[in-house]
Design a protein around this ligand. Structure first.
Ligand code: EPU
Length: 337
C-alpha cells in the first residue's frame, strides 16, 4: 500500500492528480489481501487499468486506487480453425492485439492501437472500425467485491451494448476483472466494412487483405486522426455517438442533408457526435489549456496545464451548445472520477 501516490502517469489526460492511497495488484493473492485491509473497507476505491477512459475532476483523490498489473497470455484451446486465448487484465491492449496479429490469429485487427489495458476492454465494450470486443469475446473472470468470490461471466451475462456493459451500468465498481477470454480464427476474413478502411485498402490496391494489412491500415487511420496521449493528453472519444429516434434523425436531415445516419434498431439511428460538435463550431477550439482536437472533434485534449475541471467545463459547454443547436444530448463516454 502506497500513501500519496501520484497518478500523472496513470491517466491519459496527463492530469496532475494524487491519490491518497494506491496499491499495485500483480495477482489474485494481492487482491485478496487488499480487500481485507482497513484502507479498503474504510475508504472509497477505484480500479484503474491504463487510465485511458477517465477524467479525474479533482487534483486529489481521497481514496484507494487499485492498479491492475497482472500479466499473461495463454492459449486455452486450439481446435481446427479457432483458438481460445485467455489474457490477463493488466496486459496492454494494443500489445496484445499486435501479438495475436503476429501469430496469425484474426478477429482483433480492427481494434489495433486502442489505448488502455485488457481489463478495461469489456467495461465499455471497446469498438473501432466496424468491430466491437463482444464480437470475439467469450468470457471473463472477475473478483466480486461484494461476495469476495471469483466469478465467471459468459458473453450474455456481460450485457454488452454500444460502449456499454453491466460493469459500466448496474454493477459499476462491483467487480475487479482479472482476465478475459476471446475466440480468434486462423483463417479469418477481416471485417473491412468501415468506409475509411475500405477506402484505404482500395487506395493501396489491396483486394484480398489479410489481418496484418487491416491492422496496418487501422493504425495509419488512427495515427492520422487521433492524438497520441503521450504527446497530447486525451481519452479518445469523449462522448458516445448519440442514438436518436428515426423521426429526430429525419428532421435533422431535412435541415442538414449532409448528415449521415447509421440505423441502430427498428426505431433508432446512430448519428456522428463528431459531426454535431464540428458543425456547432467547436472543432480545434480551446478554452485555456482544455481544447477540442483539430483533426477529430470527438476528442477533447489537454494542451498542457488544464485540470480535470477545465476539461469537464469545456465538455459541458459543448454538450449544452449541441443541445441548443440540434436538440440532441451528447452522453459522455469517459468516466468521471
Ligand atoms: N466526423 C466529423 N468531424 C470530425 C470527425 C468525424 O464530422 O471531426 C464525422 C464524419 O462524418 C465521419 C464520422 O464522423 O465520417 C465518423 O468519424 P470516425 O470514423 O472518426 O468515427 P467516430 O464516430 O468519430 C468512433 C468511435 C472511435 C473509433 C472510430 C472508428 C465512438 C464514441 N467513437 O468515432 O472510438 O475509433 O469510431 O471506428 O463510438 C473511442 O471510443 O475512444 C474511440 C476513439
Amino acid at each position: 500500500m502506497i500513501r500519496n501516490y501520484p497518478l500523472t502517469g496513470h491517466n491519459s489526460f496527463g492530469l496532475d492528480v494524487m491519490a491518497a492511497w494506491a496499491c499495485k495488484i500483480f495477482d489474485i493473492r494481492d487482491l485478496e489481501k487488499i480487500i481485507q485491509s482497513s484502507v479498503f473497507t474504510d475508504e472509497k476505491h477505484i480500479i484503474l487499468g491504463g487510465g485511458s477512459n477517465c477524467l479525474f475532476l479533482d487534483d486529489y483523490f481521497e481514496g484507494l486506487v487499485l492498479l491492475i498489473k497482472n500479466k499473461g497470455i495463454t492459449i486455452v484451446e486450439e481446435s481446427g480453425n479457432s483458438v481460445i486465448v485467455s489474457v490477463a487484465a493488466g496486459e496492454n491492449w494494443s500489445d496484445f492485439v499486435d501479438s495475436m496479429v503476429d501469430r496469425g490469429y484474426g478477429g482483433l485487427e480492427n481494434l489495433s492501437l486502442i489505448p488502455g489495458k485488457v481489463g478495461a476492454a469489456p467495461i465499455q465494450n471497446i469498438g473501432a472500425y466496424g468491430v466491437e470486443l463482444m464480437d470475439v469475446f467469450i468470457g471473463l473472470q472477475a473478483l466480486d467485491l461484494h461476495t469476495r468470490e471469483l466469478v465467471n461471466f459468459n458473453r450474455e451475462a456481460c450485457e454488452f451494448g454500444y460502449r456499454s456493459s453491466l460493469f459500466k451500468t448496474s454493477d459499476k465498481d462491483r467487480y475487479v476483472i482479472l482476465s478475459i477470454d476471446v475466440m480468434l480464427h486462423k483463417n479469418h476474413t477481416p471485417n473491412i466494412s468501415y468506409g475509411s478502411v475500405a477506402k484505404a485498402l482500395q487506395q493501396k490496391g489491396i483486394t484480398k487483405p489479410g489481418i496484418s494489412d487491416v491492422a496496418q491500415i487501422v493504425k495509419e487511420i488512427r495515427q492520422a486522426k487521433l492524438p497520441d496521449p503521450a504527446v497530447l493528453g486525451n481519452a479518445g472519444s469523449f462522448f458516445k455517438n448519440p442514438l436518436v429516434h428515426n423521426l429526430v434523425f429525419q428532421n435533422l436531415k431535412n435541415d442538414y442533408p449532409e448528415l449521415r445516419g447509421y440505423p441502430e434498431s427498428y426505431e433508432t439511428t446512430k448519428i456522428s457526435a463528431a459531426w454535431l460538435i464540428e458543425k456547432a463550431g467547436w472543432k480545434g477550439k480551446r478554452i485555456g489549456d482544455a481544447g477540442v482536437h483539430t483533426k477529430q472533434a470527438l476528442v477533447l485534449v489537454n494542451h498542457g496545464k488544464a485540470n480535470g475541471r477545465d476539461i469537464y467545463s469545456l465538455a459541458m459547454e459543448i454538450q449544452q451548445d449541441v443541445k441548443n443547436k440540434f436538440g440532441v444530448v451528447l452522453e459522455p463516454e469517459v468516466n468521471f472520477i
